[in-house]
Design a protein around this ligand. Structure first.
Ligand SMILES: [Zn+2]
Length: 363
């Protein structure tokens, strides 16, 4: 982040965390993007990737004020504000003397991805890793026995939107009409976490989801259809839920869109996050496992070798729980900055919920 664009102000930290600095327009999709989603089902896969590569070139210029893959803005600001106390304060973030956390999440976009779940689990089990699988509830056929098996094996299930058609956040009407069905699934599957398809997001609308945590924001990701970044490499409170930002670039972005041929970016970012008490959260799609398996395998083995005893490797729901149930153990400064619902947040949410009630429930 180039410092002439925004100046840091701790009193108004939501300005960064909730991506307010990008303006309200950022939370809606442009007409061109809407047209893209309308015709996407009939665009051949190869052409889709080609278009995404053109788009990637465009955002590299348009969003050059956001650094990628490592955006140090908020880390730098906290370091200069807390000065010598930075380490003392952030050391308390994680439980049991852990210094950073490593979480694996998967978005299962298609039935092909669903089919690949056991192969990925096999690799993860071999290395002693656990992860969360975000399933699309209303698109492909969801094999309940596989879900139950994942849960029995100690994995987590999350909900990945509604039907992954790219239209969930088109307008409030669409979102509201789908949210009840999403909440039904959340209850039925006993799910705590949400990730939005294509990371389309509106933090305020998302207050209608019955979730404990969300992971649709990134510290920096300029390559998504809603480019941006919350700059936080730590979990934080976003109204009624905890936000667990994904902090490593997505597999699809690196290997399909940017055509990277190695995992260097993942390694560099991992080190940066580890050095700053960060949340290392990766999103890997089983859907591209036929193409990306060797990268994922290499990365997992590298992590296994490089994570030390100060790494908290767990399920996302456990991290979210920590910041709800054991907040008093966290340094009070961090509590105030990252985990408290501020009066401003509270006011905005209250107003929104009462508007929703008026518009939709009393009809
Ligand atoms: Zn997805």
């Amino acid at each position: 982040m180039k410092d002439n664009v925004v100046t840091f102000n701790r009193k108004n930290i939501e300005y960064y965390l909730f991506e307010d600095y990008l303006g309200d327009k950022h939370r809606t999709l442009s007409l061109l993007k809407k047209i893209y989603y309308e015709v996407k089902p009939i665009i051949p896969r190869k052409l889709q990737i080609f278009l995404r590569r053109i788009y990637a070139k465009k955002v590299q210029t348009k969003y050059k004020f956001i650094d990628w893959p490592i955006e140090t803005f908020l880390v730098d600001e906290f370091k200069s504000h807390f000065n010598v106390n930075f380490d003392r304060i952030f050391e308390t973030l994680w439980p049991n003397n852990f210094k950073y956390a490593f979480l694996i999440t998967h978005d299962v976009d298609t039935k092909i991805g669903f089919k690949y779940i056991p192969k990925l689990v096999e690799l993860e089990k071999k290395l002693g890793f656990v992860s969360s699988y975000n399933i699309v509830p209303y698109q492909y056929e969801v094999d309940k026995s596989l879900i139950l098996w994942l849960l029995r094996e100690g994995y987590e299930i999350g909900v990945h939107g509604y039907n992954h058609d790219g239209k969930l956040f088109w307008n409030l009407e669409t979102f509201v009409s789908r949210v009840t069905k999403i909440n039904e699934i959340i209850k039925e599957w006993n799910v705590e976490g949400f990730r939005s398809p294509a990371t389309h997001r509106n933090w305020l609308w998302m207050q209608l989801l019955e979730i404990k945590y969300d992971s649709s924001f990134s510290d920096t990701d300029i390559y998504e259809p809603m480019p941006g970044g919350c700059f936080s490499i730590w979990p934080f409170r976003m109204g009624k839920f905890i936000e667990l930002p994904y902090t490593l670039p997505q597999d699809h972005t690196l290997f399909q869109i940017l055509r990277k041929k190695d995992i260097e970016i993942w390694k560099q970012k991992f080190q940066f996050l580890k050095d700053n008490y960060g949340l290392i959260l990766v999103n890997i799609h089983p859907d591209y496992l036929d193409k990306n398996y060797h990268y994922i395998e290499e990365f997992y083995y590298w992590v296994k070798e490089n994570m030390d005893s100060t790494c908290w490797h767990t399920l996302p729901k456990n991290v979210a729980k920590r910041f709800v149930e054991h907040l008093e153990e966290v340094h009070s400064t961090l509590q105030k900055l990252l985990f408290e619902v501020t009066p401003k947040q509270f006011k905005i949410i209250k107003k929104f919920l009462s508007e929703i009630r008026l518009r939709y429930e009393e009809k």
